[in-house]
Design a protein around this ligand. Structure first.
Ligand SMILES: [Fe+2]
Ligand SMILES: [Fe+2]
Length: 295
């Protein structure tokens, strides 16, 4: 007999989409609309991607700029693909862990939201599949597998879905393709309900010491990824331009105004702990400087 953690792990690891032909026909009817394949290079401009002031990008050839728009635009959709895929397993687990029938109804409805989000992102990405080396996605999956109900409500719904609202809002606001813009906006309004219910259900006083320690450990790991700034974007630029000369990495970060953007993100994350009335967790994270940028 498999444990629930093993079942959730297996659920998160599967990446085969196609099922039986009969299932496919029913899904087609249920999901109705078809999302067109996205041209990732046309979704966001270099300015929308935060690169308008980066001199090496501005001086690059048109072909190089197009490649950057494509890789970074596709990177955003690939990350969303993994998050929405994880969201289906998260909502299923929360449905089983629910403490009332109405809570279970809510998570079952959320599971359907995540399935629709996943479906649309999957269609717009086509055959492209994310790699399995994204440290944020690996941490997200680990939390969904190992956390109990209360830490999941806090980390996933209060913090990560709150963060998702901001992320989808900025992607939607600047998206150049109207269909994708509508899709991102629709996802964002569902995520607002997911985040809102997390705020309603979370009570810091109910956490056991073990749950507090677990949340502290996972939040430190997550904030650690935010604190170091836009390393993913830097990695893409470095791959495109073939490595940095000494001092160039710091110059690119300054041109991107990366520190100010990272401070804004960390302040936003801190505000979720204030909103959720989690003073003990907030204090403990502040003691280790978890909300300060470090690069
Ligand atoms: Fe979602
Ligand atoms: Fe969600």
């Amino acid at each position: 007999m498999q444990t629930i953690n093993e079942i959730i792990k297996q659920s998160l690891e599967k990446d085969r989409a196609i099922s039986d032909a009969g299932v496919e026909r029913i899904l087609d009817k249920k999901l109705e609309s078809r999302t067109p394949l996205a041209d990732c290079s046309e979704l966001w401009s270099l300015a929308d991607l935060g690169l308008s002031q980066v001199s090496s990008v501005n001086e690059a050839s048109e072909a190089s700029q197009l490649r950057l728009r494509h890789v970074l635009g596709q990177g955003r959709l690939r990350e969303a693909w993994s998050i929405e895929k994880a969201g289906m397993s998260f909502a299923a687990k929360m449905s089983l862990l629910s403490e009332s029938l109405n809570e279970q109804k809510l998570y079952s409805l959320f599971a359907a939201d995540e399935a629709r989000h996943f479906h649309c992102i999957d269609e717009s990405l086509g055959e492209q599949r994310p790699d399995h080396n994204d440290p944020f996605i690996n941490l997200l999956n680990e939390i969904i597998i190992t956390a109990g109900r209360r830490p999941l409500i806090f980390i996933i719904q209060v913090v990560l879905e709150g963060w998702g609202i901001d992320h989808y809002a900025s992607m939607s606001k600047t998206c150049r393709e109207p269909g994708m813009q509508r899709l991102l906006h629709a996802i964002l309004s569902d995520e607002a309900a997911h985040h809102g219910s997390g705020l309603a259900l979370f009570k810091e006083a109910e956490l056991t010491q073990i749950e507090q320690d677990y949340i502290f450990e996972m939040m430190t790991a997550f904030l650690g990824m935010v604190r170091i700034g836009p390393v993913g974007v830097l990695g893409t630029l470095e791959a495109e331009f073939g490595g940095w000369a000494p001092g160039q990495r710091a110059r690119v970060l300054a041109e991107m105004d990366a520190e100010a953007d990272t401070v804004r993100k960390l302040n936003l994350l801190e505000s979720f702990l204030v909103k959720a009335r989690a003073p003990k967790l907030l204090e403990r994270l502040k003691q280790v400087d978890a909300f300060s940028p470090c690069f």
